[in-house]
Design a protein around this ligand. Structure first.
Ligand SMILES: Cc1cc2nc3c(=O)[nH]c(=O)nc-3n(C[C@H](O)[C@H](O)[C@H](O)COP(=O)(O)OP(=O)(O)OC[C@H]3O[C@@H](n4cnc5c(N)ncnc54)[C@H](O)[C@@H]3O)c2cc1C
Length: 385
C-alpha cells in the first residue's frame, strides 16, 4: 500500500486518455487529465469509430459504460461495400440484426460519454504540455504552455500522434505512409443527396482502382464523411498550386485525379459540402518500443501510431487505457504495474501495426481493388487464407 496517493497526470483527452482516467477513478484512484484543446467542444471530433468486442468494447465494460455505449451505437453501421471505379458492387456485407461485433459510434458521442463519466473538474482544458523535466527519482516536473507547472509521480502520455511525452522515452518519429486522405462531407445526406446516401448504405463504402480510392462512412444524423485516398506526395496541393481553403480549386484537382470514374462516384467529389481537409497518413516504425523508465509511459497513438487500415487505433488506445488503469489500481508497486502493462501492450500493438501496414499496402495498391476483395472475402469466410 502506498502511504501517500500517487500524483498521476494523463496528457491527452482522446479515447485512450479518457478511458484510462475513467477506469482509474472507478477504482478510486485520483488522476488529472490535461488537454490542449480549449474546451470539450472546441473542435469537431471527426468521424465514426467501430468498437470491437475484445478491445474497445472490453475497455468500455471495464469503464462501466458498455450499456450507455450500446444505447448510442449503430450496429447497422457494420455494413460494408466494396465497389470498383465503374460503381459495380464487388462485395457487400449486411450485418445480422443481433451482430454486435463492431458497432459504430461517432467520436464526438464517445468523447461525451467518457467525459460525462469523470468526476467534475478532472480535465484541464487549454493545457498544452510543453516540456517534462526528470527530477531523477522517477518524478517529472511538467510545464504547460499557459504557464501552469506541476510535479507528478507518473505521467501517462495519451497525447496522440505528435506526443510531447514520447521523446522522453524514444527517438522514433512518425513517418509519412505514402498515402493521403482528403476529407469531405455531406450533411443530411438522406434528404439532400438520396442517391449518394443510397450508394453508401448504412455503413462504409469503398470504391477503388489502382493506387486510389473513395471511402465514405455513414455517421450519426445522416452525415456522410468521405475521403479521397491516393498514393503520392503529402504536399500534392502545394505542388498543384492550390490552397486547401480554396474548395473549388481542390475539387478540380481531385476530379482530375479520379478522371474516368463512374459519374455516381464522381458525385462524391462534385456534390459534397466543401471544406476539404488534407490528412496525410503517418505511422510510427514497427515495432516501436522503449526502455522502461520509471514515472513515464505511453498509450494509444502516442505509443503505436498506425494508419487507419487496421481499424484498431481507437480500440487499442481504449484497451491500453483500461488495462493500464486496472494494473495501477491493484498495484502495491506502481512501477512494476506500468512495466507489466508495457510488456503486454508493446507486442500487441506491434502486431496490429503490422496488420495496418499490410492493410494499407493491400487497399491503396497497384492491383486495387483485388487486395481489398481478397481481404473482405477472407474475413467473411468466403475464401481460404
Ligand atoms: C482518417 C482516420 C480514420 C480513423 N478511423 C478509425 C476507426 O475506424 N477505428 C479506430 O479504431 N481508429 C480509427 N482511427 C484511429 C484513431 O482515430 C486513433 O487511433 C485514436 O484517436 C487514438 O486515440 P488516442 O487517445 O491515443 O489519441 P487522440 O485521439 O489523438 O487524442 C490525443 C489527445 O491529446 C491531446 N494532445 C495532443 N498533444 C497534446 C499536448 N502536448 N498537451 C496536451 N494535450 C495534447 C489532443 O488534443 C487530443 O485530445 C482513424 C484515424 C484516422 C486519421
Amino acid at each position: 500500500m502506498n502511504p501517500t496517493p500517487l500524483r498521476i497526470a494523463i496528457i491527452g483527452a482522446g479515447p485512450g486518455g479518457l478511458t484510462c482516467a475513467r477506469v482509474l477513478q472507478r477504482h478510486g484512484v485520483a488522476v488529472t487529465v490535461f488537454d490542449h484543446e480549449a474546451s470539450a467542444d472546441a473542435r469537431p471530433q471527426g468521424g465514426t469509430l467501430d468498437l470491437h468486442l475484445t478491445t474497445g468494447q472490453a475497455a468500455l465494460r471495464a469503464a462501466g459504460l458498455h450499456d450507455e455505449f450500446t444505447a448510442l451505437a449503430r450496429p447497422e453501421g457494420q455494413e460494408t461495400r466494396l465497389l470498383d471505379h465503374t460503381a459495380t458492387v464487388l462485395f457487400r456485407h449486411t450485418p445480422a440484426p443481433d451482430d454486435n461485433a463492431r458497432p459504430e459510434i461517432d467520436r464526438g458521442e464517445l468523447r461525451r460519454l467518457l467525459l460525462s463519466s469523470l468526476a467534475p473538474g478532472s480535465v484541464y482544458w487549454g493545457h498544452y504540455l510543453r516540456t517534462l523535466h526528470p527530477l531523477g527519482d522517477g518524478r517529472h516536473h511538467a510545464e504547460f504552455d499557459d504557464g501552469h507547472t506541476e510535479t507528478f509521480d507518473l505521467v501517462i502520455g495519451a497525447d496522440g500522434a505528435w506526443s510531447r511525452v514520447r521523446p522522453m522515452l524514444s527517438d522514433a518519429d512518425p513517418h509519412y505512409s505514402g498515402v493521403t486522405f482528403v476529407e469531405f462531407g455531406f450533411d443530411a445526406a438522406d434528404t439532400r443527396h438520396p442517391e449518394i446516401a443510397g450508394l453508401v448504405g448504412d455503413g462504409s463504402m469503398m470504391a477503388s482502382a489502382p493506387n486510389r480510392a473513395l471511402i465514405v462512412q455513414r455517421n450519426a444524423h445522416g452525415h456522410l464523411r468521405g475521403y479521397a485516398a491516393f498514393r503520392g506526395s503529402q504536399d500534392w496541393a502545394l505542388e498543384a498550386g492550390v490552397r486547401m481553403a480554396d474548395t473549388e480549386a481542390v475539387r478540380a484537382v481531385l476530379l482530375e485525379g479520379f478522371a474516368g470514374w463512374d459519374e455516381r462516384l464522381l458525385a462524391l467529389l462534385r456534390e459534397n459540402d466543401g471544406g476539404f481537409a488534407n490528412r496525410p497518413l503517418f505511422a510510427l516504425p514497427v515495432p516501436h518500443t522503449w526502455t522502461h523508465t520509471p514515472g513515464l509511459t505511453l498509450l494509444g497513438d502516442a505509443a503505436h501510431l498506425m494508419t487507419p487500415f487496421s481499424g484498431m487505433g481507437a480500440n487499442l488506445a481504449m484497451l491500453d487505457g483500461s488495462e493500464l488503469a486496472e494494473a495501477l489500481a491493484g498495484a502495491d508497486d506502481p512501477d512494476a504495474a506500468v512495466r507489466a502493462y508495457e510488456e503486454v501492450m508493446l507486442p500487441r500493438s506491434a502486431q496490429a501495426a503490422e496488420g495496418a501496414a499490410r492493410g494499407l499496402a493491400n487497399a491503396i495498391a497497384p492491383d486495387a481493388p483485388q487486395g481489398s476483395l481478397r481481404h473482405l472475402r477472407r474475413m467473411a469466410g468466403q475464401e481460404g487464407p
